[in-house]
Design a protein. Structure first.
Length: 202
């Protein structure tokens, strides 16, 4: 049986639960959110996907959660993620952690997280789904023959919250993490974001 923890139960958290329920293995699921109604919806989703509702446990406070799990998925917002990450590590809950795209919001949090990863021998992944495009190997082969490489991203979507996906895709395709960014095509200033405490640009 797999024991799994999902912290953060917005749309992305629910998609993770849907994906986990496709696994062949039996699952014991722990869901965490500061909103009780979100945990109740997650438990209902778990049961609606053919899983035993008695195997879904709601965790209102991670600070008192010490149950070992095989992996934890932290899909809540990035403002809160480092505190959740640190709590899970300090409580020795798991050594396998998946973080959503923008892992943390501050440079110091990255430094602290790397220190914790090294100290505890953790395996940590950042979820960048574009790496799994079916055509990626063909694209990589084509790009490898190019002397100059330019990558342009445009569209009516959240550039700020999605930029790490495109940077990761560029690094994956080119094998080069030293990209030079050019924001000259952006509009001045920021635009309101649907989530309080965040900004977007266009």
């Amino acid at each position: 049986m797999l024991r799994l923890l999902v912290s953060g139960l917005g749309n992305i958290g629910y998609r993770h639960i849907e994906a986990l329920c496709r696994l062949d293995e039996e699952i014991e699921l722990y869901v965490h959110s500061r909103y009780p109604e979100s945990m109740q919806r997650a438990a209902a989703l778990f049961a609606s996907l053919g899983r035993d509702k008695e195997k879904c446990f709601m965790i209102p406070r991670l600070s008192t959660f010490y149950t070992p799990v095989d992996a934890a998925i932290l899909s809540g917002n990035s403002n809160e993620r480092f505190g959740i990450f640190e709590t899970i590590v300090r409580n020795h809950v798991t050594s396998n952690i998946i973080l959503e795209k923008i892992a943390f919001n501050q440079k110091e949090q990255y430094r602290k997280a790397l220190a914790l990863i090294q100290e505890h021998g953790l395996k940590v992944w950042v979820n960048h789904s574009l790496r799994y495009l079916q055509a990626l190997e063909e694209i990589k082969e084509e790009v490898s023959r190019m002397k100059a490489r330019s990558f342009e991203v445009s569209g009516d979507f959240g550039l700020a919250c999605n930029i790490t996906h495109w940077l990761d895709l560029f690094a994956c395709v080119t094998g080069d993490c030293a990209a030079v960014l050019d924001g000259s095509g952006l509009n001045e200033g920021t635009v309101p974001c649907k989530r309080a405490g965040y900004v977007e640009f266009s």
